[in-house]
Ligand binder design. Structure first.
Ligand code: 4AD
Ligand code: MG
Length: 460
């Protein structure tokens, strides 16, 4: 039976084991060889010693090249060398799949992350992308663990939808109409003849559906793919990303903020505990000081600031911003960066934004100017999550939608939640890939998801 490399411990020394994986490096002399194998279960490689006693030593020394897949059996022995506690003395060394060293793109030399995106099918075999995949997995685990332990119910919300949750109109259309020859009515496309008999899109957020379940099951969370057709070619935006959206009934903005802070801390802590080798690698080669930064996130309470206070801080900042600061603006990333990285030096929860720059469903504050919104900003990322207390008053919500010119017919079911047993409720959405960026210290969100989608890029 094959054992995964991460499962092997010093207590296995003296035992006969079988390991399968891909060759990272190999060095052969006339009668001896060192082969480093990795199966993706952990960051560190597994060292195999091949000696000329092996029946197929001659073949192995020629064919055991970087990238080839192998199955190796032998005795686990304590390693005299530095860098590993044990190694294997191979009794059998079988090459499963050859790998042509002339053409294999992942030779020993270091590649840029930009280049690796062009070989997204092979890049999980690299140290960096493999480590990101494991940390991403740990963060997904931590997400379910956190909410399950708090009694939240995991809900799957639809991917195809007729309503625009964020009201930003950045949705991808879902249609089976013939794009070259669509049916027309009064010169416009007749979507009543489309697959669903109406216009449909890929979801930008599961929140509205999540609210329906929260107003029945109390606390729920979603964790699913989300799509935005915004033309943002930045290191923080993807066209397809994963979002976690908890929604809590009988909850206000303060409950929302507490949940967000505890959840973020739990995720970071879990990644450090579950992926120590990967996190050490990031700390050494990607963002020096990363582990210390994350430890600080876990230990210190987040800063709380109102939007209005943040604007004051920015106005007094001893630096010039490209985008001028005044009350009412949507904060630009240079502003967020200053608040988090220079002024507060820790994660910040910004609250009570002007109502004009936030979505229709947020509860208005007593001043009539701001809403019960909260965004959490962190170093290197900016906005990692955004949420709010929801408007639970039918009259106020209806007026707001009228004011914004939203078509209430599309939201009749959402409005009925306020008609039948309405309760104060709140929630937030966290961009999963931004959490991966924050936890690993990598620069670009395109490396935080296996196969990134962004403008003009939908390969693989
Ligand atoms: O701030 P957003 O737009 O909020 C919502 O969608 C709410 N419905 C959430 C809720 O209250 N349930 O998006 C939430 C988060 C952002 O804070 C950001 O982390 C991430 O989603 N996000 C993106 N991540 C990657 N690429 C993009 N294009 C993103 N747009 C938003
Ligand atoms: Mg937001």
């Amino acid at each position: 039976m094959r054992i995964k490399i991460s499962q092997i411990t010093t207590s296995d020394i003296g035992k006969e084991l079988t390991v399968k994986g891909w060759i990272k490096t190999s060095r052969f002399s006339k009668n001896f060889g060192f082969v480093e194998i990795n199966d993706g279960s952990q960051f560190n490689n597994f060292q195999v010693i091949v000696s000329e006693d092996l029946k197929n030593f001659e073949d192995a020394s020629k064919l055991a090249t970087t990238g080839a897949s192998v199955s190796v059996s032998g005795k686990l022995v304590a390693s005299p060398g530095k860098g590993q506690a044990f190694e294997m003395q191979a009794k059998t060394f079988d090459i499963i799949g050859l790998c042509d060293p002339e053409t294999y793109p992942l030779q020993k030399k270091k590649h840029t992350l930009e280049f690796l995106r062009t070989i997204a099918h092979l890049r999980p075999r690299t140290n960096t992308i493999g480590a990101i995949a494991r940390v991403r997995n740990a963060l997904a685990w931590a997400t379910h663990e956190f909410f399950q332990k708090r009694g939240f119910i995991y809900v799957n919300t639809p991917i195809i939808t007729g309503s625009d949750c964020e009201g930003a109109g950045e949705m991808f259309r879902v249609s089976t109409l013939d794009a070259k020859n669509p049916p027309l009515i009064d010169g416009k496309v007749d979507f009543s003849q489309d697959y669903f008999g109406k216009e449909t899109f890929l979801t930008v957020s599961g929140q509205l559906n999540g609210e329906c379940y929260a107003l029945a099951l109390s606390d729920i969370y979603t964790f699913g793919p989300t799509f935005r057709g915004e033309n943002s070619n930045t290191s923080r935006h993807l066209s397809e990303f994963w979002m976690i959206e908890p929604e809590m009934a009988f909850a206000e903005l303060s409950d929302d903020m507490e949940c967000a802070q505890s959840y973020l801390k739990h995720c970071v802590k879990t990644a450090l505990e579950k992926c120590p080798q990967d996190m050490e690698f990031f700390d050494k080669f990607v963002e020096p000081g990363l582990i210390k930064r994350l430890q600080h996130v876990i230990e210190s309470p987040f800063e709380h600031l109102t939007y209005t206070h943040a604007i004051d801080i920015l106005k007094k900042a001893p630096k010039k911003f490209d985008y001028p600061v005044s009350w009412g603006i949507d904060l630009q990333s240079e502003h967020e960066k200053y608040i988090v990285e220079e002024h507060c030096k820790k994660p910040v929860i910004l609250t009570n934004y002007p109502k004009e720059i936030k979505a229709f469903y947020m509860k208005e504050d007593a001043d009539g100017k701001t809403v019960a919104a909260m965004d959490t900003l962190v170093a290197g990322v900016g906005e990692i999550l955004g949420g709010s207390q929801r408007e639970d008053n039918l009259d106020l919500l209806t007026k707001k939608m009228d004011h914004l010119g939203l078509n209430k017919e599309n939201y009749w079911w959402y409005l009925e939640l306020r008609k039948y047993g309405s309760v104060p409720h709140a929630g937030f959405g966290l961009g999963f890939e931004r959490l991966v960026v924050f936890t690993t210290g990598i620069d670009n969100i395109r490396d935080a998801i296996p196969f990134p989608r962004y403008p003009k890029h939908a390969d693989f």
